[in-house]
Design a protein around this ligand. Sequence first.
Ligand code: GUN
Ligand code: FE
Length: 523
Amino acid sequence: PTSLTSYLALPRALLSVSRTNGVIEWLEDDVSADELQSVLAKHGHSSLGDYNQDLEVIELKFGEFLMPGFVDTHTHAPQFPNIGSGQQYELLDWLDNVTFPMEARFQDVKFARKAYSTVVRRIIDFGTTTCCYYGTLHLEATKALADIVKAYVSLQNTVELVSYIRSIAGNAVDGVSEEAPRISSSGTADRDLGRRLPLVQPVVTPRFAISCTSELLDGLGQLVKADPTLTIQTHISENESEIATTKSLFPAAILPPLPDGSPRTSPVTYADVYDAYGLLNEKTILAHAIHLEDEEVRLIKERNAGISHCPTSNFNLRSGFAKVGMLLDHGIKVGLGTDVSGGFSPSILNVIQNASICSKVVALNASSTTTSNAPPDSASQVLNGIPSEGLLKKDTFTNRQLSVPTLLYLSTMGGAEVCNLSTHIGSLTPGKSFDALLISVRSSSGNPGIWGADLDDNFGMGMRSSTSVDDGPDDKHEGGRSSPGKEKELEGILERFLFCGDDRNIRRVYVRGRMIGGKEFRG
Ligand code: GUN
Ligand code: FE
């Protein structure tokens, strides 16, 4: 992902990952087999003999590709045992009847350890390389969760040294590749990632305002004030009854005074509650954000808090349709969240699919109703309906369906931004951690839904050079000398993986250069 509306697909790239810290060292695009030696030499590897000593080379097969690992910005580890149950409820009844009884069982540390071991394993194998978890109130159980995450992510038996990745159609048609532009970049950002960024970080978690007293919120606000590096996560504006209850529990009179000392006056919004206690800042991750008032959208943007979009859960608990396009047009950070077990799938692929459907529902609704939350600038011109040229447009997102590049971005870079980790993760960029997925759409993956048995016959033959996929009317494909049909094929691979793929296609999951999960992982 290169932006909310574009990504680069590099069919013949050579990517180097440091064995010592798992950071992506360099990336060379469009390297032919003949050029392998010279490119390695350029980066200080003198010969193949040498490189057998200190390099491990992984060559991707036809129908395989690498992509950044998914970021799940919101899930509840103790709710995994409940996945799929309680379909009849909306949020508050679901919490009382389904969720709180299960979470109470995590008082038993043995139970917690057993449950969390399978939870973390599943999350990794579904391709999530960074995950923002909720635990329960129980300290020992939650420490066990942190230990298990750390153990799974920090394997000792490193097998990846430097990875040589040549993607699907390495030996493209003669006479084309030498004219294609080459991307070459090296990492400088973060050579001591491991030391500077702990694998597991604590998150200040007021579950939601309703479950907190004024004193508790105030105490958490003090904690954050004392250590501004702390990440904060909570729920906001998920369900109409929840919003009404929040407002009744936290009227203006109960909130701390404004920064200038003057008392608050009504009306108070849901976001005002968190803000009043110092819990709304650029480190805050707000889950759901479905029914935000215009004032709240402005405040969230002003504080630079991020939103975790949880469409699977929002459909499942009948909570509503978050207006993600509108949030993006306001410049608010957005990532995706599974919100298990409000959501019934631990897979970000499932969330991508539901985010797409959700955006289509929002677009359809906009054609019959007018909406509030007017975005700034040019976006407002599409507020009253679906424009005649279609749902997809490059410059605005409000009331339009999310495109494939946008969905890719939200599931990786967007999540990284929401977690304030975008300098370390979210894309396969030199200097960042090699947190990546090796995807196979080959028929041998066992998922016949993506590609048929004829894959090897007609897939990828024309792939060469870098392809920049950029939605919108002025589509351009940097360096793409291949026919438009073949480029569409490249886009098609990603699109079909995002919509038809599952864990069978996720062959390897890497975090910091180490394989820690996926179908080929034997841990
Ligand atoms: N609001 C407060 N707690 C929860 C929870 O566990 N799940 C969801 N979806 N919303 C919440
Ligand atoms: Fe949640």
